[in-house]
Each structure stands twice: as C-alpha cells, then as structure tokens.
Ligand binder design. Sequence first.
Ligand code: ATP
Ligand code: MG
Length: 628
Amino acid sequence: MQKVREFHRQSIQDREAFWAHEAQRIHWETPFTQVLDYSRPPFARWFVGGKTNLCYNAVDRWLDTQGDQPALIWVSTEVDQEIVYTRADLSREVNAAAATLQELGVVQGDRVLIYLPMIPQAAFFMLACARLGAIHSVVFGGFAAHNLAQRIDDAQPRVIVSTDAGSRGGRPIAYKPLLDQAIAQSSHAPERVVLVNRGLAPMDLTAGRDLDYAPLRARHLDALVPVVWLESNEPSYILYTSGTTGNPKGVQRDVGGYAVALCASMEYIYGGKPGDVYFSSSDVGWVVGHSYVVYGPLLNGQATVMYEGTPVRPDAAILWRIIETYRVNALFSAPTAIRVLKKHDPALLHRHDLSSLDRIYLAGEPLDELTGQWLSEALGKPVIDNYWQTETGWPILSAQPGVEEVPTRFGSPSFPVYGYDARVIDEATGQDCGPNQKGVVAIEPPLPPGAMSTIWGNDERFVRTYFQSFPGRLCYSTSDWGLVDDDGYWYILGRTDDVINVAGHRLGTREIEESVNTHPAVAESAVVGVADQLKGQEAMAFAVLRNPAVLDESGARDRLEAEIKRVIEQRNGAVARPARILFVNSLPKTRSGKVLRRAIVALCEGRDPGDLTTIEDPGALDQIRDAL
Ligand code: ATP
Ligand code: MG
C-alpha cells in the first residue's frame, strides 16, 4: 500500500506540481500560466490561461498514429447492428456534425441539448459541440416530457438533437412525441431540432424548426471544421444529476481539468493504455457515459464500446460475448446489472473467451459483498468497486491498480483516489472522524481537476448545496455516510437522506439491506423507514428471492421472514428488526439502477408516490402495493 499512499500524499501536499505533471498528457494549444487559482473558495480554476479542446484531444490528436484503428465500436442488440468506426471515421462523422451545428448558427457558449439513445450520433454530436466550444447537455433518453422540459428551461438550448425512437427489449420507444410535448411545456423554444431518423417510429416534422440529419450529414461529410481553442475553465457541458432525490441540478464541467483528470484516470484507475479497448455499459445520459463511454477512453487513445441493449438479451452472456469479440480489456458496469445476471444460468459466465479482460469496475450504487465476491470468483477476475458522483466526474474512492496493485476487500471501494482530499466528518461537530467512526464522506476543497465547476447559472446554489453542511467548515459534502477501518479501507454506508430513526436510534438502511442480502435465498433487497406512531419510524424490508418458486412451499414465507429477521437482529441489533419482510419479484428502480426509496416509503405510508418518470419498470411499484 506504500506506493498508492505516497502517490495520494503527493497529490494533496504538492498539488500544483502533481497536476502540472499530469497535464502533460494532453495537448495544450497555449500553455497555462497558473496550475490552480483558488482565490475565491470554494471555486477552483485549473490550468488557468491554458487553451485546449476536448474534441481535438479525443479525435485529431490520435489520427496520425491510430487513424485506421478502431475508436468507437457500436453494438446494438436492439436493432442487431454492429459498426466499428476507426479514428478517421470518427473524425469524419464529428466534423460533419460540427459543420451541421455551425450551419445552424451554433457558436461558442451556445447550448445544444442532446436527447438520444445509445447510438453513435450521441458521441458524434457531443464531440462536435466540444469542437465548436458549444456546451452540450445530454438528457437521458428514458426521461419523459416533464423532466426534459425542466432541462430545456434551465439550459436554454439553441439547438436540440434527437431521433424518432430508441429501442428497449426489441421494441421501439418513440422519442419525438415526447420531445414535442417537452418543447410545448417549456418556456424556452429551441431554434432548430436536428433529427436522426432511425426508421423505427413515424415522426412528424415541424416545418421551419425540425430538420432531418441525413441530408445535412451527406452535405458536410468532407467538411473540416476548425477547432475552437478554449480557455481551460470555459464550460464544456452541463449534466443534470439523475434526481434520485427529486431535484435535478445542472452540474457544470470545465475543459482542461476534465481532459487531464480523465486521461490520468484511464491509466491509474482503469489500467488502460493507447490501443486498448474499454467497455462501459452505462448510458450516455449519465455521468459514466460522458466520462467513460465517450471522453475518457478516446482522450487516452483507447477504443470505446458503446452498447445499445440490455445485459440479458439475446441472453445473459451478451456482455461476455462483446468482450470476446472486441478483445475488451476493461469492463465498467453497475452492480444492478450484475445482480440481474446472478439470476441466470451460471454456465453463461464461461461460454466466452475472456482472456483479454483484465478487470471489472462497478459503480453507481453500493456493491454488496456477496455480489462482488460472486462475480469475481465466477470469472476469476478482479472486481473493483468505484465510488463517485455526477458532481465529481471521476472516481473519489477506488483501487488504483495503475499506481499499485493492492488487495481489495469486498464491500469497500478501497481508498481515496489521488487528487481527492477525502475525509469522514462528524456532522454535529464538523471535526474529522477517527477510524471506524461513522460520519459524512466529504472532500476538503479545492476539488480536483475534472470535478464540477459550479451549478449551471447558479453559483450560490453550488455553495449552499455542497459546502454548507458542516459547522464552521467550508467542505464539500457527498451526502453519503461512510467510515474508514483500521487498515485504511473506506466503506460507504448509504445516503445521509436514507437514515431512519427508530425509537431514537439512527440506522442506515444500507446496513440493514446488507444483512438481508446475506441470506442465501435473497438476490437483493430494499429497506426503508416508515412512519410509526410509537417509534417515530420503523424499518420495512422488501426482498427479491433468487428463486421465487420457493415461496410456493407451505409455510416458506413465514419461515424465510423469521430467518431474515434473525440475521438482522444478530448483525444490526433488535431495533433494526423490520416490522415486515415482504417478498417481491423486482424492486422499483430508476433507469440508472437506483432503488426509488422515496416512492416505496410513500406507498408504505399510504401516500402518492410522486414523480415516477425515471422509473425502469412501473410494474415493480404495483408489486410493492400488492405486497403491502
Ligand atoms: P441526485 O444527486 O440527483 O439525488 P444521484 O445521487 O443518484 O442523484 P449520481 O451522481 O448518479 O446521482 O449518484 C451518485 C451517488 O450514488 C453517490 O452519492 C452514492 O450515494 C451512490 N454511489 C455511487 N457509487 C457508489 C458505490 N460504489 N458505493 C456506494 N454508493 C455509490
Ligand atoms: Mg447525488
């Protein structure tokens, strides 16, 4: 652990020298004059005065050495198509998209909203915006009209890029009617809407506003659009947080800091080098899609796999099949996807040649010990838990095998990543916690390069939301509970808003879930706090069984419930024992895989579940209702 500790120490104590060195990874058209300007805390400005461009660094810089090598590999099991774009192909497509936007009047600083499924055009238009210095705001394709309208109002895009339809489970999902509704609901009207017509759903074009992309692309296919060199701290994009807590914020990112941070992470965290193939199964609408489907791998000269489809179609071996076909070196996925695979035939894990694969990274929600261990043992590959947020843009806590191979522990995302002065802070006193003492995971500012610069258009909200949680201390709060054990391994114990109070005892629902999940019959679970007249709140658990058929046996339900309660009592104490353990076939989750606790609590308390537009499967809520 010596090396990784020392590397981290340098990054904090000798911050400017550390990052000045890392900044050499990218091309600077004009060198920066100051590594860090922290004259206005908590706002950090990195690589001040330096001029660079994300598109140039991701595309143009690699044309000489890798022009004919794969850069973007698109696999769609939805429309049964696979296309490999070389770096030269990518350059051509990005330039055509940039020329199109330019023709429509898009200039530096304009916003372009991208509402697209996992198709290559999403990456082309993101990079095209970067080339022009326009600010992209990708809105997750699963969002409905209301969410989209909120984001249109906030970002005020000059142009929107969208499509006729996405596809899920082989069925088209129309986008255009949702977009039309959203534009009608919002108070801002885009000048133009560019539509990628996939031929999946009929589409009405609004005359004077809507344009079919095909003829525009054809006209601009040989265009070479000059790169707009941007000062490092100009905004590159706005990305709204997923809204698990029901309140989207426009996370604003810079240019130079983001490029440097991502490039470095590809080597130190993901063990990648130019020419390697990286596969993140995230959607481009989320931060992982921005950082590790599009920018990170391309900036580092790696090929990226973009996948449209689910992890179980045509069967639960599809991720492994893609890894075999394209000789993928690193896979980035989410625990929720892996828990789904756990319910399928384990033989599927061994059907494909995974010899190219070095490691698997999982992020976005807690990776429970059992799932991590199951996957690692089944595949014989290291599984690395990554902890981070939309706000930070790249991992806060992670093993860093590119710095040093250190044993991981299941249930722990290992250590703070270089650049992050991470702390665990006692909410009440604002003081750092000692070993094994639970507190709020925080980052002592300045935030490192690549982290958010501010909330779009609202500096005051940025300070208030993230930097005012601790008495007398200006420190970034992640709003997650955590602790550090005696050996320096970190643990995330759930969100600060997921804590329940049972008869004066404060309990993290995450800890109770971990206990439920240790029962061998359980695949996954959700625990929530429900109002109780006597105790204030009490825990209520919903469990998904690996094999729901076991419930058919007489008395099985009561027996399982009693067994699980006993485990919780043993591990978390009698106060944590849930009032009920109810069995369901699936949990209500957002499309990014996070359990919609708010909605479950509302149902348990007999209230309206509220805004459910991000829900993956509305049927899961009916199950909760029925179980109650
Ligand atoms: P919002 O902030 O709008 O409520 P969100 O927090 O769900 O939405 P993200 O930025 O996508 O949006 O998610 C980051 C959060 O996900 C973290 O703060 C943490 O709660 C959880 N998380 C991410 N990775 C991990 C991990 N490896 N272990 C535990 N929790 C994780
Ligand atoms: Mg959050």
